[in-house]
Ligand binder design. Structure first.
Ligand code: SAM
Length: 246
């Protein structure tokens, strides 16, 4: 049973409350009672062990017992720009990206891709992000950006970023020798649609963008995404990470 619940309201002071699906889950699915303890998080990086003090029909009131700074984020940031597949494959990819620590997910508008999710669909994906964060212990939500083209992704990437575009075939370099640089710099990893990136998209990337091979087999979008993200997230070695209790 997940004991972690997400508060849309920033948590300040000693009292908190949950409404909507988070309250519903506690009241109807878990049949929580006053006195039960849960952990709240609010996307600030803090988590808050709390005690339930009252349950209504659609609202749960809680007393915050403690504030804990628990950093489970990747540092430096990891941005994944991907031509999202549809339906269940899309939800699965988003869930796994959260678990593996992706900082920002950018739906990629590509020459050969299907339409990327907009507004309401992005809101539904945010729910997937919240559920995955509850399960894996992240206290910050992976950001889902509005859809962008490859050129827009490059323009919006953080300073000092490594740009890696996954593309099978000749002229692409293997991933593993590049991984050392991911230790100290943000990475923008870009994964194309089923039809691959067009020549124009590859040309638009310019020399600063590395073309990366993920091996001799053609991977599906979600496999390529997770292969790249896993490799980067597993070499995350930020020594400054800390746990603070106030
Ligand atoms: N026939 C397409 C092509 O040649 O690009 C295959 C597209 S693949 C289904 C979808 C995306 O996953 C690609 O655009 C690429 O970003 C990534 N990908 C899949 N297999 C890869 C590999 N072996 N090396 C690098 N990238 C790969």
């Amino acid at each position: 049973m997940s004991k972690r619940f997400f508060s849309e309201e920033p948590l300040v002071g000693e009292r908190a409350w949950l409404t909507g699906s988070e309250a519903d889950h506690l009241i109807r699915v878990l049949r929580a009672k006053p006195g039960d303890q849960v952990i709240l998080f609010d996307n600030s990086g803090w988590e808050y062990p709390s005690r339930i003090i009252a349950l209504g029909r659609s609202r749960v009131d809680l007393m915050i017992l403690e504030r804990r700074w628990i950093d489970r984020e990747i540092s430096p940031p990891l941005l994944l720009a991907v031509a999202l597949p549809k339906g269940e494959r899309q939800r699965w990819l988003v869930e796994k990206a959260v678990e593996l620590g992706v900082t920002e997910l950018i739906p990629l508008k590509t020459d050969r891709g299907v339409a990327q999710p907009l507004d309401r669909a992005l809101q539904r994906l945010r729910r997937v992000v919240i559920e995955a964060s509850k399960q894996c212990g992240r206290n910050r939500l992976m950001t889902i950006c509005p859809p962008r083209t490859v050129a827009e992704c490059l323009a919006a990437a953080p300073a000092e970023c490594e740009y890696w575009l996954a593309h099978p075939g000749e002229g692409s370099e293997p991933l593993s020798p590049l991984l050392g640089t991911a230790n100290s710099r943000p990475v923008l990893a870009m994964i194309g649609p089923e039809g691959g990136f067009s020549d124009q998209e590859i040309a638009a990337c310019g020399p600063a963008c590395r073309r990366v091979s993920l091996g001799p087999r053609t991977l599906r979008i979600e496999t390529a995404s997770l292969a790249m993200v896993s490799a980067i997230s597993l070499i995350d070695r930020d020594e400054s990470r800390s746990q603070r209790h106030l």
